[in-house]
Each structure stands twice: as structure tokens, then as C-alpha cells.
Design a protein around this ligand. Structure first.
Ligand SMILES: [Fe+2]
Ligand SMILES: [Fe+2]
Length: 178
């Protein structure tokens, strides 16, 4: 597309074609598109196992969480578009779809969210190092959200320790969606 424009107007590179992100920032953000898609797939896999295991409320909650992860992914696409930088569609990854119990689901979730926090910290660090203030600001929004994402799963794990009946535990997930 861009090369066609350059040919048509006989330009070397016109100002409007200039990519506004560095190669390294573009690469790390494209990797984050894949990470957010992976998050969605992970939670979708958990939702399937939960539904199959009779955790109906928890399954619904995980399904909704998977959808939210897709909206995170879309935000990264839109940011790349707005900075005139090419986004890349990642390939889907295989995810775990079998779990020992609900505790394992929650432990894997918390561990995963902690790794996503690290992803956004790396993006933030790179942006800071390159003096890319817009990407730095963009990453701060996600880092702020990661505090809640981690807390959600940590609190559910604490509540599991209270050893409530299963139906009551399942209700906790439904309450989170209200
Ligand atoms: Fe996310
Ligand atoms: Fe998340």
C-alpha cells in the first residue's frame, strides 16, 4: 500500500508514511498482541474445563475474562494503527484444557497474570529507555489494570482456603460479574 503511494507520487518517503514507533517498540508490541491472544485462549480453555466439571458460575466468569483479553489485544492493534506502524496477526497457541481442581485453575491464572505484568513492565522499560513517551503512557494504563487482574485471582485463592461448599464458591464467580 505504502510503496504504491510512493511510486504514484514519485516520492522517496512522504511525511504521512513515516512510522511513529521504533522497530524495537513495534516488535515488543506485536509480541504483546500474541500474549493477549494467548491469555484469551488460556482462559477459554479453563472455561471449557470448568463448565465440564460443573463449575457453571466460574465457567461463565472465565468466558467473560477471555473476551476481555481480546479487547486488550485490540487496544494494542489500535495503538499500532494510530502510530502508523504495521501490526501483525499472531498464530494461535495450544493451551492446557485439563486441570486437577479449581485451585489449580486459579493458581495457573494468577501465575499467568503475573507474567503478563512482567510483559507490560518490559514494554514500559523499553519505551522509557527510548524516550517514547506515548508508548510509556500506553503501558502505564495496562500496568494499572494488571494490579486488579492479579488481585482478583489472589483474592479468589484466599477465599478457596475458607473451605466453603462448592456451590457457594461457584457463586463467588457469579458475584464478580455483577
Ligand atoms: Fe490482558
Ligand atoms: Fe489479564
Amino acid at each position: 500500500m505504502k510503496s504504491q503511494r510512493i511510486k504514484k507520487f514519485n516520492l522517496f518517503e512522504s511525511i504521512e508514511d513515516k512510522e511513529r514507533l521504533s522497530k524495537s517498540v513495534a516488535t515488543i508490541l506485536n509480541t504483546q498482541i500474541k500474549n493477549e491472544l494467548q491469555s484469551s485462549q488460556i482462559y477459554r480453555g479453563m472455561s471449557c474445563w470448568l463448565d465440564d466439571s460443573g463449575w457453571i458460575g466460574a465457567s461463565k466468569y472465565y468466558f467473560k475474562t477471555a473476551q476481555e483479553e481480546l479487547s486488550h489485544m485490540d487496544k494494542v492493534y489500535e495503538y499500532l494503527f494510530s502510530r502508523n506502524t504495521q501490526a501483525k496477526v499472531p498464530t494461535c497457541v495450544e493451551v492446557k484444557q485439563d486441570f486437577k481442581n479449581i485451585r489449580e485453575v486459579l493458581e495457573v491464572s494468577l501465575k499467568h497474570e503475573m507474567s503478563v505484568t512482567k510483559n507490560w513492565e518490559d514494554i514500559s522499560d523499553l519505551a522509557k529507555k527510548e524516550g517514547d513517551n506515548t508508548t510509556y503512557e500506553f503501558a502505564q494504563g495496562f500496568l494499572k489494570e494488571q494490579i486488579e487482574e492479579e488481585e482478583k485471582f489472589r483474592n479468589l485463592l484466599y477465599k478457596l482456603d475458607l473451605e466453603m461448599p462448592d456451590w457457594k464458591t461457584d457463586e463467588l464467580f457469579e458475584d464478580l460479574m455483577k
